[in-house]
Design a protein around this ligand. Structure first.
Ligand SMILES: Nc1nc2c(ncn2[C@@H]2O[C@H](COP(=O)(O)OP(=O)(O)OP(=O)(O)O)[C@@H](O)[C@H]2O)c(=O)[nH]1
Ligand SMILES: [Mg+2]
Length: 344
């Protein structure tokens, strides 16, 4: 059996091409999504012209000739490949695969779409409703009269400092008193980066070397509404540094209520995101923030991981601009990211 690869801009186009190139009897063995969103089919040619695979795969599979002495045996032709799908559900599947959604999520969404009876153009609305309910959203941080101390943790270069500055900018614009502090004494220029944001926002900036100093800064900051804490970017493989980070946050927590937000870059691979989520669990994140949504059309892995972090996804970032590119995660935005690969 020879396997051919057929590409199309949509499932319908790929199936049409497969039919043209390899005949009505060809079998679709698998379907996947290419990086640019195209649909890739693995197709095998079969000589039994009587089978009409594209109309009914299962019928075609059993239509192959069977050796006479063994009539009870199953047909020799492979019974693999997706069953013909209702076009609306097929469109939802292609969109989800294009945004990098895992097989488990795709199947669960399609089950709900199918159970809802939504077909054609309505299938996408049913999928959006299901996804909107499936993604966990962290509740908005509320002012309760006490200083909120929030540490931003995550792998190197994901946008922790930038996101902290975006949140600080939003809080300052809302009239809140904000202080910035960094525990990053590791990376060259880390404090200078934070200090330049602090200058721009006209708020104080400090360095804290370890948990005790962090607790002391927090104790001095009772007059502030929010103390935003920058931390050193760490590789998920650096167990020693991660333990040190978790310890210093824990020792500050002993005297100060402190939350941790895990910052994840949506442009990272699923494997990198999974490693980060596991590695930073020791920092006890209460929510996740997704950055760099503007750099990918496959944000689903990051959304799935963020949804499982603490209370879920809190903020979405899709650019470098301090004032424009931080938004609260909403159910509608999450559904758009899964089904369109980008924010509305
Ligand atoms: N395109 C895009 N770039 C972003 C976004 N957020 C941050 N960046 C950029 O990512 C780069 C790294 O940002 P930082 O905030 O320094 O990242 P970090 O996690 O603090 O880095 P380390 O402290 O070195 O671990 C900068 O060039 C930012 O402008 C975003 O949402 N989209
Ligand atoms: Mg930083």
């Amino acid at each position: 059996m020879r396997i051919h690869r057929v590409r199309g801009r949509s499932l319908a186009e790929a199936l049409e091409r497969a039919r043209m190139q390899h005949g009505e009897a060809a079998l679709v063995l698998s379907q996947e999504s290419a990086d640019n969103g195209d649909v890739l089919l693995s197709v095998s040619e079969r000589r039994q012209a009587s089978s009409r695979v594209f109309e009914k795969l299962s019928t075609a599979a059993t239509a192959a000739p069977v050796p006479a002495p063994l009539p009870a045996r199953p047909a020799a032709a492979p019974r693999v490949g997706p069953l013909p799908e209702e076009p609306g559900a097929g469109d939802v599947r292609v969109r989800l695969l294009r945004s990098g959604t895992s097989a488990a999520w795709v199947e669960r969404v399609l089950e709900t779409v199918s159970a809802s009876g939504a077909r054609g153009a309505f299938a996408i609305d049913a999928a959006a409703r299901d996804l909107a309910g499936r993604v966990r959203l962290a509740s908005s941080p509320r002012a309760d009269g006490r200083t909120r101390a929030i540490a931003f943790v995550g792998p190197t270069g994901v946008g922790k400092t930038t996101t902290l500055a975006k949140l600080a900018s939003r809080l300052v614009r809302a009239g809140r008193r904000v202080g910035l502090v960094t525990t990053d004494t590791h990376r060259v220029g880390a404090f200078e980066q934070l200090a330049s944001y602090a200058e721009m926002l006209q708020c104080p900036a400090e360095i804290a070397r370890g948990g005790d100093e962090l607790a002391a800064v927090a104790a001095r900051s009772a007059h502030l509404d929010a103390l935003l804490i920058d931390t050193t970017g760490r590789s998920p493989g650096d167990a020693e540094a991660l333990t040190h980070l978790a310890r210093s946050l824990d020792s500050a927590r002993a005297t100060t209520p402190l939350e941790t937000y895990l910052v994840l870059a949506a442009s990272a691979s699923r494997e990198a995101l999974e490693r980060a989520a596991v590695a930073f669990a020791s920092a006890n994140p209460s929510a996740a923030i997704l950055t760099k949504l503007d750099e990918t059309r496959a944000p689903a892995p990051a959304l799935e991981l963020a949804s499982a972090t603490g209370e879920g996804v809190l903020f979405l970032c899709d650019g470098q601009d301090l004032a424009a590119h931080l938004t609260r995660a909403t159910a509608e935005a999450a559904a758009d990211l899964f089904l369109r690969g980008r924010l509305p």
